[in-house]
Design a protein around this ligand. Structure first.
Ligand SMILES: [Zn+2]
Ligand SMILES: [Zn+2]
Length: 350
């Protein structure tokens, strides 16, 4: 292999042409292999069936996220932020176990099965249930010992139920609630955390056969939200499979690889990763994350390799790889899916 070139993780690239970006930022730069083999639907999964949709059945999901944040924060350039988010994830775990799921209307399940309409669509009228989860998270953080989260919980005290709904509206709409950006940046991750808890609990109460075929793979088949990122899962005896991870309800769904997760184009997908030597351990930790970028719609979403980092957890590893987001943004691509625990204005504790 030529010096400076790296074989693509897919194992399908022939001789990728490489662009280096991020020059002048020290050791960090981006590699873009330009050539990918395109897989067609049906090419994979020939050897054995694989699930199209994986519901969030792990009751330890948020506890695992909290542990992963804690692990990642050790020695990380953004250790304080990751530590804070780990404590927020732990509060999610406590709220998650505090109450049972509500009944999903039979009509919504029937429409999902028969017409592929997401049963828990975030665009439908929101049930007030999630406010119980927010209240649980707020109380946990207010009595906790993390000053940034304590302050955020206190700021949330100023919002009544209608005010909290308007923060949720702003999160789903991509805006801010009210005209105080700083306050919004403080409280939005708490509201996002509660929405995740509530939707994940409901999604976990469904059965796989409640979910019909939805026309598009770009949004969650359960709640119609955009994914946080995708993960290439190790699948013995066949091409490894790519699953998208819902940013709201934690459901995973399959999508053919080398396809834009925003516009489904297969023509202009390129992969950007932080440059580094393949052999040494630190580079393993960066090379498991790449940005799958599309030159048709100019967006990107991160894609992680389970093979390279078996302990990875999408929600936490996404926020531990913000350098990749920054460089991909500088390269002219807009991120296409949110992470509800993160608002760029959230201050790091000192
Ligand atoms: Zn979802
Ligand atoms: Zn695209």
């Amino acid at each position: 292999m030529d010096p400076g070139l790296r074989r693509d993780d897919d194992g399908e690239a022939s001789r990728p042409s490489i662009r280096h970006l991020g020059a002048g930022r020290g050791p960090v730069s981006l590699i873009i292999p330009m050539t990918q083999k395109i897989l067609q639907p049906g090419e994979i999964g020939e050897h054995q069936p694989f699930p199209n949709v994986v519901l969030p059945n792990d009751p330890e999901l948020f506890a695992n996220r909290a542990r992963r944040f804690k692990h990642l924060s050790d020695g990380h350039a953004m250790s304080q932020l990751l530590d804070v988010l780990g404590k927020l994830a732990h509060a999610q775990h406590l709220a998650y176990g505090a109450r049972p799921p509500s009944m999903i209307p039979a009509e919504a399940l029937a429409q999902s099965r028969e017409h592929g309409m997401p049963a828990l669509s975030y665009q439908s009228e929101r049930l007030p249930d999630w406010q119980h989860d927010l209240e649980h998270i707020r109380a946990t953080l207010k009595s906790g010992d993390e000053p940034v989260l304590k302050e955020a919980a206190e700021k949330l005290d100023a919002f009544d139920e209608a005010g909290r709904e308007s923060i949720a509206d702003a999160i789903f709409g991509g805006g801010i609630a009210g005209d105080d950006e700083h306050t919004h940046a403080m409280v939005a991750p708490l509201v996002g955390a509660a929405l995740q808890v509530s939707w994940t609990r409901q999604a976990a109460s469904m059965n796989a056969n409640d979910i019909g075929l939805i026309g598009s793979s770009t949004v969650c088949p359960v709640c119609a939200s955009r994914p946080i990122a995708s993960v290439i899962e190790v699948a013995p005896d066949q091409s490894n499979l790519r699953y998208l991870h819902c940013s709201l309800c934690s459901t995973q769904w399959h999508m053919v690889r080398v396809t834009c997760t925003a516009c489904e184009s297969t023509k202009s997908v390129t992969y950007l990763s932080l440059n580094g030597a393949e052999e040494d351990e630190p580079s393993r930790k960066i090379s498991f994350a790449r940005a799958e970028a599309c030159d048709d719609c100019h967006t990107y979403l991160k894609i992680f390799s389970r093979e390279k980092e078996p302990m990875m957890e999408v929600g936490a590893d996404d926020l531990a790889t913000l350098t990749l987001d920054m460089l991909t943004d500088e390269a002219g691509y807009l991120r296409s899916g949110p992470n509800l625990l993160f608002s760029p204005g959230v201050p790091e504790s000192e």
